[in-house]
Design a protein around this ligand. Structure first.
Ligand SMILES: Cc1cc2nc3c(=O)[nH]c(=O)nc-3n(C[C@H](O)[C@H](O)[C@H](O)COP(=O)(O)O)c2cc1C
Length: 342
């Protein structure tokens, strides 16, 4: 998979997820075999550039190239300026968000709401592409409303504006995260443009990854929710796509060690207060389905220091039978509800 001058390590991409795909999680997924990762969405509003949240989202220290920064907004000049600013700060790829379904974002006519105004889409794409000398990619959905799927026109606009790659979540904004991703429309996009197309939506296993690549003919796949608490999913998918054989899910001691390493990187990245709070969901996702995890989770959520949290995680795993291989039975998990980007 190529994005401009960048040949990615493979065709497995970590989907941008605000509040989830921060630097620690992106690096964890790359460690487990993801070929590329995109930042959480970063507002183009220059008044928020120096906010703690924006600075953390734009922190890529120690990450491997290419660094992809996703920007969100609705004004072409403001997005062009944000693209220039992030490239000066080290971004090697600029990704434009036209898929976010969250009310807060759509009420500002940003994210997927932009799909209602194809003229504005065209001016945003050309303004950003001409503002920077790095590849610009676009992430979007099939359309805003069902029955008004305009992804084929948007894809053409993207190609004509010089967009280097297009990621498509197989749902409309109206779908939010309900129903199933529609791969046949992603296939139609792939057949209608010459730029790389990335298929996204409901990929939660190695088998599903292969099915989606075959069904869409896409150049790459993008995985979001199924990687929450399961960064090793990328290893399993990469192995299965390369060999046709299943890679065994991790043993508990690898899960334990991955969890502890992840905690340290979160505490280091966010500090004591936010580190403890942001780690909770990752602990909950990682221990989901393990013996006694429901009871452990409610105790864990009540802890408000990293020291207590780390000890609780250690004690919990020490209480498990390390010969247990719970993740074998968990291959086909129910995808968590999409909380959505904001
Ligand atoms: C918690 C959460 C946050 C998200 N944040 C973003 C975001 O910042 N930018 C974006 O383009 N998409 C965002 N998305 C959408 C995902 O990138 C992806 O398109 C969607 O989850 C479908 O893929 P999946 O079925 O593999 O999860 C988010 C999704 C979730 C669940």
């Amino acid at each position: 998979m190529q994005i401009g001058p960048y040949a990615l390590a493979n065709n497995l991409i970590v989907a941008p997820m605000a509040g989830v795909t921060d630097r620690p999680f992106r690096m964890l997924c790359r460690h487990f075999g993801a070929g590329h990762a995109v930042s959480e969405m970063i507002t183009a509003d220059k008044l928020l550039r120096l906010s703690k949240k924006t600075l953390r989202r734009a922190d890529f220290e120690g990450e491997s190239s290419p660094i992809s920064v996703q920007i969100a907004g609705s004004d072409p000049q403001e997005l062009a300026a944000a693209a220039r600013y992030n490239v000066e700060a080290g971004a090697q790829i600029i990704d434009i968000n036209m898929g976010c379904p969250a009310k807060k974002v759509c009420s500002k006519l940003a994210g997927s709401a932009l799909l209602q105004d194809e003229k504005l889409v065209a001016s945003i794409l050309s303004a950003v592409v001409s503002a920077v000398d790095v590849p610009v990619t676009l992430k979007t959905r099939l359309g805003f409303r069902n029955g008004e799927e305009n992804i084929l026109r948007i894809a053409k606009l993207a190609e004509d504006s010089g967009i280097a790659a297009l990621a498509v979540h197989g749902r409309t904004r109206e779908d939010m995260y309900n129903g199933y991703a529609r791969y046949e429309l992603i296939r139609a996009v792939k057949q209608s443009v010459g730029i790389p197309v990335i298929a996204n939506g409901d990929i939660d296993s190695p088998q599903k990854a292969r099915e989606v690549l075959e069904a869409t003919g896409a150049d790459a796949i993008m995985v979001g929710r199924a990687a929450q608490g399961r960064p090793w999913l990328f290893r399993e998918i990469a192995h299965f796509l390369a060999t046709g054989e299943e890679y065994p899910p991790p043993a508990l001691d690898e899960v334990r060690n991955t969890m502890l390493t992840h905690l340290e990187t979160l505490y280091d990245f966010y500090g004591e207060y936010s580190g403890c709070r942001i780690a909770r969901k990752h602990i909950a996702w990682t221990t989901r389905g393990l013996t006694g995890s429901n009871e452990f989770r409610s105790r864990m959520y009540a802890l408000d220091s990293t020291a207590a949290q780390r000890t609780a995680v250690l004690d919990y795993f020490d209480g498990l039978d390390m010969n247990d291989r719970p993740f074998i039975s968990q291959q086909k998990q129910q995808l968590p509800e999409g909380e959505g980007c904001e």
